[in-house]
Design a protein around this ligand. Structure first.
Ligand SMILES: Cc1ncc(COP(=O)(O)O)c(C=O)c1O
Length: 393
């Protein structure tokens, strides 16, 4: 259950703003849903969604592995206790040195291109390989996060499979894994199911396959009117299709998925303070002490986040534009949002900010990164602030 306004007001008063606050119980519930509806799937949390070490530790304790996309993420994942066997790595546009370093860690690497496959063979990085495929199916909340289809830079397209096999043969490699990731915040069960079915069909072209990874992308609702992804239905369909696959092919393969957003998005809120109120001919702006350098989703994707005024629950609603403190006019958290008119000093909670919030934050304009705290299951609030630059490679 997401905490109400009192708990968040207490955090804002005690820790100051801006501050990210996460709720441990929400993260645990999301993990439990995945494990319940997909009992035969190994989950690898896509840590790019939120790589706070305490959050990573909590997710690991739920029996979930991790997916990393850089050497820095790999090193952070290892430092919080993820084992090699529970870690996977996917990355486009890697240097040869980075690919070799990732391979040497011994985690499963999903190769993104024929170039990476060629390097893998030439540098003798291992006999078994896994390929990230772009099957032409893409989905997601914004063009920037649709990772399948002709406009995506990711993966090996189906037309290149014969060439991939030729390279594998040349170096005596065995293609034992395939992976896809169609995009982020997919709320349509049908698209997700279709992409899984298509990958199982594609799998037939790889006789040595032992591992199939369906990527991440499981969505959560942000805006009013958006519906939950019917996870139970996706799980049911998956169980049926994986059984049919094993029956038809007379072999068991292991399955994985890499959700990021689904696990952490709804656990987090960014708490900010109103520091200015300004009226123009077009807007009533509430200026806050945070900006897109701390939560970029609205500025980058036009994303909707529910925003609550924690300090003011009564009053008539009017159209408010929430402006940040970054020197760009696109630095807005909401435009014309019906809200009670905020006053200077009010606390606002920008909800559903647990995924791609802090992890995409920067020091733009030389602002410090916000603090992060966690409301533990016991109700105690723990300061879990960390410096990503200590881990970046
Ligand atoms: C390969 C891969 N797996 C998993 C994810 C996680 O996506 P999401 O947070 O939407 O579940 C991503 C997101 O970019 C990705 O590129």
């Amino acid at each position: 259950m997401k905490k109400g306004t009192d708990a968040l007001t207490n955090v804002a008063s005690a820790f100051g703003t801006p501050v990210y606050v996460y709720e441990q119980s929400v993260i645990e519930n999301q993990c439990q849903k995945l494990l319940k509806y997909f009992p035969s799937v190994a989950f690898h949390y896509a840590m790019k969604a939120n790589s706070n070490p305490e959050i990573l530790k909590g997710i690991r304790k739920q029996g979930i592995g991790v997916e990393a996309v850089s050497l820095g993420e790999l090193s952070l994942a290892k430092s919080v206790g993820f084992k090699k066997k529970d870690t996977s790595f996917t990355c486009a546009s890697l240097t040869e040195e980075e690919l070799c370093a990732a391979a040497q860690t011994g985690v499963r690497v999903h190769l993104d291109s024929l170039t990476q496959l060629e390097t893998w063979g030439r540098r003798a990085l291992g006999r078994e390989v896994s390929l990230r495929l772009n099957q032409g199916i893409g989905a997601g909340h914004h063009a920037h996060v649709i990772t399948g289809g002709p406009h995506s830079k990711f993966g090996i397209t189906l037309k290149d499979i014969p060439e991939a096999k030729r390279i594998a043969e040349k170096y005596g490699l065995s293609i034992t894994g395939i992976q896809q990731h169609i995009g982020s915040n997919v709320l349509s069960a049908d698209i997700f199911i279709k992409a899984m079915q298509t990958l199982l069909k594609t799998a037939e072209a790889f006789p040595e396959l032992t591992h199939i990874d369906f990527g991440g992308g499981l969505g959560v609702p942000y805006a009013p009117g958006e519906k939950q992804l019917p996870l139970q239905r996706v799980g049911k369909e998956f169980v049926a299709m994986s059984k049919a696959f094993a029956k038809k092919h007379g072999r068991e393969v292991s399955f994985a998925m890499e959700p990021g957003r689904f696990i952490v998005a709804e656990s987090g809120s960014l708490l900010v303070s109103v520091v200015d109120v300004k009226e123009t001919s077009a807007h009533l702006f509430a200026g806050v002490n945070s900006g897109f350098n701390q939560l970029i989703r609205h500025a980058m994707y036009g994303s909707y986040h529910p925003i609550e005024n924690l300090s003011r629950t009564r009053g008539t609603k009017t159209a408010i534009s929430i402006a940040g403190n970054v020197c760009e006019s696109g630095d807005l958290f909401a435009v014309g949002r019906p809200m009670i008119r905020p006053e200077i000093g009010d606390f606002l909670a920008i909800r559903n900010a647990g995924a791609y919030g802090f992890s995409m934050a920067s020091n733009f304009n030389m602002h410090a990164l916000p603090h992060e705290v966690m409301i533990l299951g016991s109700g105690r609030v723990k300061d879990i602030s960390f410096s990503p630059s200590n881990y970046a490679l």
